[in-house]
Design a protein around this ligand. Structure first.
Ligand code: 5RP
Length: 219
């Protein structure tokens, strides 16, 4: 089975959390695309969605799902998003698609965060996937030096500008045994907008698509 098929399985399983007329927070990435396609295929009628990126807004528009601004709607009942890595405890690495800041905001504003992944992303210790950090452009080099001080090897994702006009440093060689404290530590570096560690507000449920179907993890 291809990773895309496993993503599809997890995405379809997340449909069970949707209710008619619901307003849903929508993440970014290929697994989320499968989720949006599944919503359309099943003919589900949402009130609309709050988007986490320009890319997702484009998809919503193409599929005829109405988009609402977070500022206009207040808190949300549900946020559905993928991840680059996830632990069974619900801590995540996100930001492979450079959408981590808006993803973190929409996740924070949502009562329930359902994470949909294929089984290659489930790990015991985060860090094999380079940790994305969104940084304001003039602070790139300073933040990179601080990240080296924390034991990582930051690599500038050249050519990528986030939806917020910032840059991304991908931090290699971290073995993240305490995601909550590392999240806090990186957040404290001046110039960091968002670290792609989602530990303080991690996933409430993880749906893992694999050869045997979908496994549901409740951290
Ligand atoms: C985007 C993200 C995505 O959720 C993450 O990169 C997973 O993407 P995909 O579903 O395409 O594997 O964090 O910023």
């Amino acid at each position: 089975m291809q990773p895309r098929d496993k993503k599809k399985l997890a995405a379809s399983a997340a449909l069970q959390y949707l209710e008619d007329d619901m307003l849903v927070g929508i993440g970014t990435g290929s697994t989320v695309e499968e989720f949006l396609l599944a919503i359309k295929e099943r003919g589900l009628r949402l009130r609309g969605a709050v988007s986490s990126s320009r890319a997702t807004s484009d998809r919503l528009r193409a599929l005829g799902i109405e988009e609402f601004a977070l500022n206009d709607v207040g808190d949300l009942p549900l946020y559905v998003d993928g991840a680059d890595e996830a632990t069974p405890q619900g801590a995540l690495i996100k930001g492979g698609g450079a959408a981590l800041t808006r993803e973190k905001v929409v996740a924070a504003a949502s009562a329930r965060f359902v994470c949909i992944i294929d089984d290659s992303k489930l790990v015991d210790v985060l860090g094999r996937f380079p940790l994305p950090v969104e940084v304001i452009p003039m602070a790139r080099s300073y933040v990179a030096r601080r990240l080296v001080g924390l034991g990582g090897q930051p690599v500038w994702r050249e050519g990528v500008v986030t939806d917020n006009g910032n840059v991304i440093l991908d931090v290699h060689n971290l073995r993240i045994v305490d995601p909550r404290s590392l999240e806090q530590e990186i957040d404290r570096i001046a110039g960091v907008v968002t670290v792609g560690l989602f530990a303080h507000r991690g996933a409430d449920e993880i749906l893992v698509g694999g050869e045997q179907g979908v496994r549901r993890i409740l951290p």
